[in-house]
Structure formats: structure tokens, C-alpha cells
Design a protein around this ligand. Sequence first.
Ligand code: LLP
Length: 437
Amino acid sequence: YGTQTINDQGHLTIGGTDSVELAKEYGTPLYVYDIQLFRERAKAFQKTFEEENIAYQVAYASKAFSSIAIYQVAAEENLSLDVVSAGELYTAIQSGFPKEKIHFHGNNKSEAELRMAFEEEIGCIVVDNFHEIELLKTLSEQLKKPMNVLLRVTPGIEAHTHDYITTGQEDSKFGFDLINGQADRAFHDTYQHEFLNLLGLHCHIGSQIFDTAAFRLAAEKLVGKMSDWKNEFDFSCPVLNLGGGFGIRYTEEDEPLEPAVYVKEMIQAVKETSAAAGYPVPEIWIEPGRSLVGDAGTTLYTIGSMKEVPGTRKYAAVDGGMSDNIRPALYGAKYSSLIANKANEAATEQYTIAGKCCESGDKLIEQADLPAAEAGDILSVFCTGAYGYSMASNYNRIARPAVVFVENGDHQLVVERETLHDMVKHDLSYKKQVESK
Ligand code: LLP
């Protein structure tokens, strides 16, 4: 992936740095991000919009990986930012991210979170439900502050990795249903409001999607709805946000398309549907998360104990596991790996890569073809940049790993490894009262 190669010592290098040296310097488990690759991915999306000569915003869906440093790089690359909680918004503000390019998502934003969005004067709020509309009206009137809003709708398209289905009425906790009048009601509730500035519609149809058909269908449905409103109420929404979900290659089995292909197909669908309806071509916004950071991330582990179940399998255990990557245990997600200090050696063995958590299901890879492994080897697991660190936990009171950015031969610590002290820092003692109160 990206800038990865093998050096004279047979070590995996990332961003011009020796991964075995990184493991030595920062310890393991360690998340390593190839920042050049992140920048290239961002530019690939942006370039396609520019070539197609269409107004756009590419917002980094930062639930995939949220930290001050990645927000700084996102800002350098002129990305907008999708945040989904006060925590992500706070991180963005601490990073100095341009507030007018922050979009706030979520199906149950609290009043405090919405107030924060007004006070910080962020770019827009993606409104999910009627409760939120009421909160926004009250807050904006109280604060006498304007806010751009998009309405999130559920278009009734369910995209799976290899195919998609139209489910009429999709059962989803997110957004206003397009077909039973909810979206129309939300439109009426917002489009003439004194402080709420309705920009348009949003949808997100799924994640790790490999084809373009579902995006096309979503574009057609949403442009269709916006053009109905224009015809009936003479109000044109200037923006269409088609969400994220572009697939990436975790293993050889995955066959995603290039970012440009998804974007081109979306733009064509929007242009065609707009032309047919006599609707002005809206600005197109997208929100990739995984496809910006996924393959930029590699996790380095140290192999420790090994076990053979005769006739069945060999286990190689690493010093992390479901605490730093829950995806295999939660979704059955597959990953590929390499022994970073034996990157030139042929794979002669098959191992199940186990984590160190007290749970049988804590396996990172079921069948990893590797050279003969021994304790002390550095295992690199690829494509862990999205939903790895961001979904990490302290299960078993395991400290979260550090994060390092590498680029052009340089390496920098951007998130410190948690310490044992961090494991108890919010704990308070309990003292039994002798006398009852
Ligand atoms: N926009 C919205 C409104 C979303 O809900 C999401 C992801 C994205 C954008 C970014 O999607 P992406 O481009 O990253 O596929 N934890 C799961 C993924 C959950 C995705 C949730 N929403 C995983 O590890 O696969």
C-alpha cells in the first residue's frame, strides 16, 4: 500500500521509515499512518470534482480516525470535516480546523452539543429528526444566530459490499424517511425559518461499498425530491450531500473501485437527473472516512506466545488485539499481514493471529500465511487506519497504543501511548460508611 517497500535489511518500510525501527522507538502495538497516502486519497477525490467542473466539498468523516494531528492534515488538504459528537467537535476546534468547514452529524445530538455548534459558528448541521428541528429552532431564536442545515434522509436503498437492494421503507434509526412524508414535513419545518438556512439533502447509504449503482440511485432519488420542492414551492436547495461509504481493499478478495470512479458516476447521475427535471445542478458534497484513512494505517505488533493445536492450527499471539482493532471480532472483518522484520521471506506457515484479550473470539486474522514466526517478531497488519484507533477500548485495562505519522522519511508521535496511570485516573476509592446516615 502507498509508500510501503522493503529495505536492504528485509524490513517493511512505510513513508520512508523502517517499521522495525519504529516498533523499537515507540513500542508496540503501534498505529502507523502513511500521511502521503492520506493526502493522495484526498486529492484524488478533489481532482475528479475539479475535472468535472462542479462545485463540491469533500468532508473527512472523522469517526474513522479522530485526532488533532489528522485534523491538521485534513485542513492542509482543504478538506471539510464531518464530526459526530461534542468530543470530535472539540478535537477539531483544538486542532484549529476552519470552523466554517465543519459539518455536524448524529441521530441524537444533545442540546449542549447543538449549542456548542452555534457558539462555534460551524459550517452546517446535518439534521436527523423532528426533535432536533425543534431544538434548533429554539436555540437559534434564543441565540439569534443563523445556522446552515442539511436534512438527512433515508432513501430506502441499502448498499451491501457486493450488491444493493431497494427496500422501500428502510428500517433505520437515521434520518427522515423519503417516502412517507417525513422529509416533506422536515422541509416545511425549516425552509422558511428566520435563522435556519436550508442548504439541501443528505444521505449515507452504507459503508465499504464496491459498486456505483447504489450511489447513482441515491442521487436520482434525492435530486428528484429537491426538484419536486422547487416545482411546488419555488425553493431550490443548492447542496446535495451523498455521504461516504467508498470501499477499500483489506485483502486480495476485495475489489473496490478507484475514488474517481465513484465520484464520476455520482456526478453523472446528478447532472442527468437535474437536466431531466430542469433543476439547477447542485453543489455535491461527499463524506469519505474509510477511503481516506483506511489503507494509510498499519498496526505493528510484537509476537509473543505461540501455540500449536496438533492437526488443527498454530496460534501466534500479539501484544494487542480486539482492544485496538475490534473489527474482526465485531464484523468478521478480514485483514492481511506480514512479518515486518522478515518481509523478504517466503510464507511457509499458516497462523491464526490471536490477540491478548481474555476472550476466545479475540483473533485478528484466522489464516495468515507467514514465514516461520518466533517471539519478538514484528507483525504488521495492514489497512487498519479506519475504525481501529477510533473504536479502541480499554477492555482488560489494556492501554491504548500510540499513533505515529510517517511521511518522506520523517516520523512523529501524534498520539501518546496510554499509561498504567491512565487506567486508574478516573477511578475513585469507595469507603464504607460506618454509621448509617
Ligand atoms: N457519513 C455518514 C453519515 C456516516 O454515517 C459514515 C459512516 C460516513 C460518512 C463514513 O463512511 P465511510 O466512508 O467511512 O465508509 N465501524 C464500521 C463503520 C461504520 C460506519 C458508520 N458511518 C466499520 O468499522 O466498518
